[in-house]
Design a protein around this ligand. Structure first.
Ligand SMILES: [Zn+2]
Length: 279
């Protein structure tokens, strides 16, 4: 009689999308079970199938920058419930308590292989990485400092919701504000690179995310304005395989490169060398 070797009981996994705090993590793509420290050491990329797990804003800053964020920009900015949107104040307090984030965005100065840059990172854990007034102001301040100090600006985005509905028109106005920030950078010839993570959607994609001198996407990230479900319902047709994924967007000219996160730092460094040599 054949006896299978008794396997360890399957670990508890909180969510298929977010990396749980537990020691064991299950890859939502290939199902392999990994120790969390191994996943973190591999830039949160599944070593078996290459699935890119979502990363937090500070996590990504630590991955990209030699010593993380050396000085934050706009760290004192706090979200105000301007429209008295129901439960918004409580939600902000909750996300701050759970994730230790005041907003869905973090900006600051850091170094990539010794080269000083300014980074802007969004965090999906805080209201889907959506764009509100604080987000827009932080981005604008980051762009302003980038312009005045002639330091390249790198924006790394994990933003599913686009403009944050809780702030209504004030959120939509950030599309203009962030775009102006990028245009002012462009006039001074300061390099601006965007890294689109999974997902980068809505008002974020329809403004500053799509304006990078070089637009890099992480593999298999969902990138677009309206999501595939909404488009399918609207046009009443099936969508092609891989619709709105990074590789699809690369093929259709919406992004410039698809880069494995494990190569992101050296790719950005190389791009900056090329861009600065051509200035
Ligand atoms: Zn996997």
């Amino acid at each position: 009689m054949f006896f299978r070797k008794k396997k360890k009981p399957p670990p508890k996994v909180k969510s298929k999308l977010n990396v749980p705090e537990d020691f064991w993590v299950k890859c939502p793509s290939c199902g392999v079970i990994l120790p969390n420290p191994d996943l973190v050491a591999n830039a949160k990329v599944c070593p078996k199938c290459g699935h890119h797990f979502r990363m937090g804003a500070y996590e990504y800053a630590n991955l990209l920058f030699d010593n993380g964020i050396e000085r934050e920009i706009g760290a004192n900015l706090e979200t105000v419930n301007l429209l008295n949107f129901p439960n918004y104040t409580e939600k902000i307090a909750k996300y701050e308590r759970i994730h230790n984030l005041k907003d869905s965005s973090v900006a600051g100065i850091g170094r990539i292989h010794g080269r000083k840059v300014i980074g802007f990172f969004t965090d999906f854990a805080f209201l889907g990485g959506s764009m509100g007034s604080v987000f827009g102001e932080k981005f604008y301040r980051a762009a302003k400092e980038s312009r005045s100090k002639k330091l390249p600006l790198i924006a790394v985005l994990f933003s599913g919701g686009g403009a944050r509905m809780h702030e209504g028109i004030f959120s939509l106005m950030q599309m203009v504000k962030t775009t102006v920030g990028v245009l002012e950078l462009e006039r001074r010839g300061v390099p601006y690179i965007t890294v689109l993570g999974n997902p980068t959607m809505g008002g974020v994609m329809a403004s500053f995310a799509a304006l990078g001198d070089v637009i890099i996407a992480e593999p298999d990230a969902l990138i677009g304005f309206a999501g595939p479900r909404v488009i399918k319902q609207t046009i009443g047709q099936d969508l092609p395989p891989g619709f709105q994924r990074s590789e699809f967007q690369l093929k259709h000219g919406q992004v410039d490169m698809v880069v494995d996160r494990r190569n992101m730092k050296r790719t950005i460094h190389r791009l900056l060398e090329i861009m600065e040599a051509s200035l």
